[in-house]
Write a protein that binds this ligand. Structure first.
Ligand code: NBP
Length: 493
């Protein structure tokens, strides 16, 4: 029987495997991917015209069916029902859940495939589970093309929900040399947490590439020369989607004429949707240093202050660097080393978050599922996967013997590029933050002893000694007058 609100195409067909809500760019392409992999899919969008346009356009001739109401969508699905939400993160997800949950039954699974904040996913997961249903917070990376051809998919939540969605996810995901780019990330909001970390690492990668560009550009390399440099890099250990598209970008002339390259005509003010910031915020909460990603976030913020920057720049000349024969090779080393350190930070955050939130994240698996389909896909990820397979307890990626050796090899060029950029006045906050992270991590002694003394001086915050166990306080002012002071043991009990 034809139900009110349903498109005619629903009647009489076998109950569908998957329902998909939200037909903007990600939802439309994911629906086509699901159908192409042989799964029956029914789609629904709040604005009906979008559903109709999709069915008459991109989905025409496919097995995709449409529904004009959520009840019609739910009616079309076999039980346990599987419903994928691809709507705007935030209020959109809650609005759909408000309408959808009363229509579903215990055992049904709702998968949020948008870029939801992991705190929201925890809240929604509790709500959905309380109703006897399952909630799978799932990161999907790869943009429009990835959604259509195979994204990297990061699901998290109850294991039963994952098992219900697993056959679909494994078929629609990108396929790497060792399997589909999807794996169970862990409990509760693990999937959205991993996606957040993925996006933060993506911020770091993009900023590092931009800084490499800034240094080479200051040395006079033209867009076609930059294209050649990045193409050559893409043949080696830096091979990655982002390096590849960067080479492409440098080859594109402005269609407006004049022979200029389009990249030179684009306003230097970067946008953001917030996932990098979320990562920095939670890293601060957990006390995990991720300075390269932090630098990438604030670099976008300062780039957006174009008018202020132009006013402050005044008559300051554009920075320039000497174009030495080995400059590009040195920048390549600096970029690769800084990128390793950025991934080390991302993985360190995932390890701590996994413990703090009891996610159960497998770091080697996370590197594996980022090897294809997503924006950060890169040859480097195979090495990272190997490092965590060799030693799942590796405290930091920089401690892996092969990465340690590679970083040491890159160090002279890396220091020279950062040093040259600093001398010339070229901001390179991510490249230098990676170097600071590397140096701080490898410093047996940091000046934090002085900070502890200051804290104890003005706030009696106490300190520990290097030569005695226990906690101590000193009367610093009296000590300064007398020229000496004792460490007074403090009873912490
Ligand atoms: P958008 O993030 O632009 O969201 C648009 C969709 O949300 C439309 O289907 C819209 O319906 C629906 N929607 C909104 Br807005 N409010 C709603 C509400 N209150 N109730 C029901 N539906 C509502 O779509 P997108 O760019 O395809 O992204 C989808 C998700 O995937 C987002 O979370 C995004 O962050 C994430 N993501 C996007 C990309 C990308 O490259 N775009 C990549 C990876 C992940 P309408 O048609 O009726 O307005």
């Amino acid at each position: 029987m034809r139900r009110r609100g349903a498109c005619g195409t629903i009647s009489g067909v076998t109950p569908n495997t998957v329902g998909l809500v939200g037909l903007a760019v990600m939802g439309r392409n994911l629906a086509r991917n699901i159908a192409r992999q042989g799964f029956a899919v029914t789609v629904y969008n709040r604005t009906q015209a979008r559903t109709d346009a999709f069915l008459a356009g991109e989905a025409a001739g496919s097995t995709i069916r449409g529904a004009h109401t959520l009840p019609a969508l739910v009616e079309a699905l076999a039980r346990p029902r599987r419903v994928i939400l691809m709507v705007q993160a935030g209020g959109g997800v809650d609005a759909v859940l408000d309408q959808l949950l009363p229509l579903l039954a215990p055992g049904d699974v709702v998968m949020d495939g948008g870029n939801s904040h992991f705190h929201d996913t925890n809240r929604r997961g509790a709500r959905v589970e309380a109703a006897g249903l399952h909630f799978l917070g799932t990161g999907v990376s790869g943009g429009e093309a990835g959604a259509l051809l195979g994204p990297s998919i990061m699901p998290g939540g109850p294991a039963a929900a994952y098992q219900a969605m697993r056959p679909v996810l494994e078929r629609i995901a990108a396929q790497a040399d060792d399997g589909p780019c999807t794996a169970y990330c862990g409990t509760s909001s693990a999937g959205h947490y991993v996606k957040m970390a993925h996006n933060g690492i993506e911020y770091g990668d993009m900023q590092l590439i931009a800084e490499a560009y800034a240094v080479l550009q200051a040395a006079g390399l033209t867009p076609p020369e930059l294209a050649d440099v990045f193409s050559a890099w893409n043949e080696g250990e830096l091979a990655s989607f982002l390096i590849e598209i960067t080479a492409d970008i440098f080859r594109v002339r402005d269609d407006g004429g004049g022979g200029a390259y389009l990249v030179d005509r684009i306003l230097d003010a970067a946008g953001q949707k917030g996932t990098g910031r979320w990562m920095s915020q939670d890293a601060l909460e957990l006390g995990v240093p991720i300075p390269t990603i932090d630098a990438a976030v604030w670099s976008r913020n300062i780039s957006a202050r174009k008018r202020e920057r132009v006013a402050a720049a005044g008559t300051r000349p554009a920075p320039s660097l000497e174009r030495t024969p080995d400059l590009a090779a040195h920048v390549q080393q600096a970029l690769y080393a800084a990128k390793i350190c950025s991934y080390a930070q991302g993985m360190a955050l995932l390890r701590t978050a996994s413990e703090a939130y009891a996610y159960g994240i497998d770091l080697a698996e996370m590197a594996r599922i980022w090897k294809a389909g997503c924006i950060i896909r890169a040859r480097l990820l195979g090495r990272i996967q190997g490092a965590f397979q060799d030693d799942p307890d590796l405290p930091n990626l920089m401690r892996d013997p092969s990465f340690a050796a590679r970083l040491a090899e890159a160090e002279p060029a890396w220091r020279s590029v950062v040093g040259a950029a600093k001398r010339a006045g070229i901001p390179c906050p991510a490249m230098s933050a990676s170097l600071d992270y590397y140096d701080a991590y490898h410093a047996a002694r940091l000046p934090a002893n002085l900070i502890q003394a200051q804290r104890d001086y003005f706030g009696a915050h106490t300190y520990q000694r290097t030569d005695r166990s226990g906690v101590f306080h000193t009367r610093w002012e009296a000590g300064a007058s007398a020229g000496r002071a004792v460490s007074i043991p403090v009873d912490n009990g």
